[in-house]
Write a protein that binds this ligand. Structure first.
Ligand code: F0G
Length: 482
């Protein structure tokens, strides 16, 4: 995005790329949308893409690739062991993060699996700024526990705090003291903290966390899946980063950590993942798991084409004009929705726009999954697929009781360089309509509830005929024969 002054009064995020490959979209009529969401058990993960107009489910694996990435895919060196493609990727990661060792994996959760298997055992604790769904599942599967130590500001939905992803250093010290450093598997910091609205941590906070880890001989692991957004926010929101390049902030971030893992479905706009490691002993502890679960050490489940695209994508991530597109489009959408009174997480973060379902549908109890209900209603009203990030995304306690999420969010992800501004405007318009008609939205209940990661494929139904009423009102106000 360029900072270009417009002659008119409007402030518009201006794209610094042009579109040369397009994909046709279709917008099914509202009655068909109701049919499709019913077939999908009111779970947006189970919708078929052909029935979706704007897919804002996630940015994962669906960011737009550049021409340079596509070109690099054509010259990939295909071999099981020791391909030149792998060497190029390894060298790029060494260059950016300054860590000598690399273990490739097929995606981010595979890295979490390896880390959890290598370091977590019953009784061990993993303190973190905030959990991610797959991270927590892997840690608890190994018998470990997650402790969330995000600062209190991180859980305030409406805020002007620029770094809501920060860890509370006092709480970290207290936890290590209470549990003993030996029982801490590792400390995990998540860039662009996903589940609390794509909120960044400051470089200063990471330095403080790193100091506590060093004092106590505890490993510091960075989840860099959303690093691009975090780097952008460090640069524009943190005084001492303003004079630094994105490359310099990247290196300073990496220098504070012992291990960096990432989902390359997000970082680097490709598909894959991997773990960068500073210390040989730590590398050797995890290495045997890669050929066992992922693939040989020089591909780890990734295709060579994706590895080539990733190498180029990582380099392109060092370009501020490239990584600011997501956050600036999101900020635009957040501003527009705020003007229309729609409740959402502020300040605008990375990854997407996060609607606050607790306030949007404050008449729906948490036991009826307000964020899930809102995601379903939004699809009916717009053909837009968002993602529930609330109680449905939690796992029940071992005794079967519900864990009510701290936040009930509908995430509307903004895959990088994918949507146009008029599509964003459409999303804003439909959300504004839905907000004005919010009393028509009702709750959901489970038809079929999986035990692990239930949000992926659980089936739900409306608690009443509220969806029919919503369709009727939509037809009356906005119905057309698309
Ligand atoms: N860590 C974070 C912070 C993530 O956001 C994700 C994935 C992962 C780890 C796991 O990576 O999908 O490659 O296995 N987030 C996706 C999302 C799924 O939609 O936010 P993965």
């Amino acid at each position: 995005m360029a900072t270009v002054k417009f002659y008119g009064n409007e402030t518009v995020p201006l794209e610094m790329h042009k579109v040369r490959i397009v994909q046709k979209l279709c917008l099914p009529p509202v009655e068909r949308r109701l049919e499709k969401i019913t077939e999908a058990g009111n779970n947006t993960f189970l919708l078929k893409n052909a029935d979706v107009f704007l897919d804002m489910l996630t940015d994962s694996g669906v960011n737009a690739m550049s021409d340079q990435q596509q070109a690099a895919m054509m010259v990939a060196d295909d071999s099981y062991a020791g391909s030149a493609t792998y060497t190029r990727l390894e060298n790029k990661l060494r260059d950016l993060f300054g860590m000598h060792y690399f273990l490739p994996a097929h995606q981010g959760r595979a890295c979490e699996h390896i880390l959890a298997k290598a370091f977590v055992s019953p009784g061990k604790v993993v303190p973190m700024n905030y959990h991610f769904t797959t991270t927590k599942a892997h840690i608890t599967l190994q018998g470990g526990a997650v402790e969330e130590l995000v600062t209190d500001a991180g859980l305030e939905v409406v805020s002007v705090n620029p770094f809501k992803g920060n860890m509370d250093i006092g709480k970290l010290r207290a936890l290590i003291k209470a549990r003993g450093a030996d029982n801490i598997a590792f400390v995990r910091m998540e860039s662009g903290t996903n589940l609390i609205g794509g909120q960044p941590f400051s470089l200063q906070n990471l330095a403080d966390v790193s100091n506590v880890c060093k004092e106590n001989g505890v490993l510091l692991v960075l989840d860099a899946s959303l690093l691009a957004d975090n780097l952008y926010f460090n640069k524009v929101r943190e005084e001492h980063c303003k004079a630094l390049s994105i490359r310099e902030i990247t290196r300073r971030t990496a220098d504070l950590c012992d291990v960096i893992y990432f989902s390359a479905r997000k970082l680097g706009c490709a598909r894959g993942g991997g773990i960068c490691i500073r210390d040989q002993g730590i590398y050797q502890r995890m290495r045997p798991l890669v050929p066992l679960f992922e693939g040989f050490l020089t591909y780890g489940g990734m295709s060579v084409r994706e590895m080539e695209a990733l190498t180029v994508g990582l380099e392109e991530t060092m370009d501020e004009e490239m990584i600011n597109q997501g956050p600036q489009f999101i900020a635009y959408m957040v501003d527009q929705l705020q003007e229309r009174g729609v409740p959402l997480i502020t300040p605008a973060g990375g990854l997407g726009c996060h609607i606050d379902a607790k306030r949007f549908v404050d008449h729906i109890p948490q036991a009826q999954y307000p964020a899930g209900a809102l995601a379903s209603a939004l699809y009916i009203a717009s053909g837009i697929r968002g993602m529930e990030r609330g109680t449905l995304s939690e796992q029940r306690e071992p005794d079967g009781s519900e864990i009510f999420a701290n936040m009930e969010l509908v995430r509307l992800a903004m895959p990088r360089r994918v949507f146009t501004l008029s599509q964003v405007k459409y999303a804003v318009d439909r959300l504004a309509w839905l907000y004005d008609n919010r009393r028509l939205i009702g709750g959901l209940s489970f038809i079929e509830e999986p035990e692990v990661l239930r949000f992926f494929y659980g089936l739900l139904k409306p608690v009443s005929d509220w969806q029919d009423k919503l369709v009727a009102k939509f037809r009356e106000d906005l119905g057309d024969s698309l």
